[in-house]
Design a protein around this ligand. Structure first.
Ligand code: FE2
Ligand code: FE2
Length: 206
């Protein structure tokens, strides 16, 4: 059963007369997560620009970018219980590293609160941390926009190499990042979707 929980709570914050962007901002602000909103806004504009470049739905990419981290309003320690309340199925790896669950919670909020019904947008949101075994162009766009406009200060140290890889293709860009992540000594647990993304993109790069 979905508890009164997060979905009902967020509904009390939303004013449907506000613009989409303003509604999203109000939710982040209500949960004291303005810095995540600022990151999401940068990701949204980057995703929109990439979508224009690659002939994808720019408005959809913007909305997916703006919502990709909205699950971040749920603190790490509550993510397992909130996901359970929302009926989200969790992998064993997600119980160990609940940080990753934010992408799945973002998808539910996007659907339930912001009425995103397009499965392509929902998947791009849901897999922006890990990708998955068959990423669409939009999945690559949201994934890469998130990496280009990371949630820490300054430019990411890898940004030039990532942009260079993206010059070849979106897949090469994603492979650049996934490959680094997959082999990073700090990656203690490999999410099954990340493994599948790695295997697929590696195969494409052989
Ligand atoms: Fe994220
Ligand atoms: Fe993000």
């Amino acid at each position: 059963m979905i508890s009164i929980s997060i979905i009902e709570e967020i509904r009390t914050i939303i004013n449907v007369e506000d613009s989409f962007k303003e509604q999203v901002k109000k939710v982040f602000v209500a949960y004291d997560c303005l810095s995540i909103y600022e990151h999401c806004l940068e990701v949204a504009y980057e995703a929109k620009a990439l979508a224009n470049t690659y002939g994808e739905d720019a408005n959809g990419a913007f909305r997916a970018g703006l919502l990709h981290d909205i699950g971040g309003i749920v603190p790490n320690e509550n993510r397992v219980s909130v996901a359970t309340q929302l009926g989200i199925e969790l992998y064993e790896e997600e119980y160990i590293i609940p940080m990753i669950i934010h992408q799945k919670i973002s998808k539910v909020i996007a659907k339930e609160i912001f009425h995103i019904e397009n499965p392509k947008l929902l998947t791009a949101i849901e897999t922006h941390t890990t990708l998955h075994k068959q990423p669409s162009t939009l999945d690559h766009i949201v994934f890469l926009a998130d990496k280009l406009k990371w949630d820490q200060t300054g430019e990411p140290p890898y940004v030039d190499e990532l942009r260079a890889a993206m010059q070849q293709s979106l897949e090469q860009g994603s492979f650049y990042f996934v490959n680094q992540l997959y082999h990073s000594p700090s990656l203690k647990i490999v999410h099954p979707w990340l493994r599948e993304a790695y295997e697929r993109l590696k195969h494409m790069n052989v």
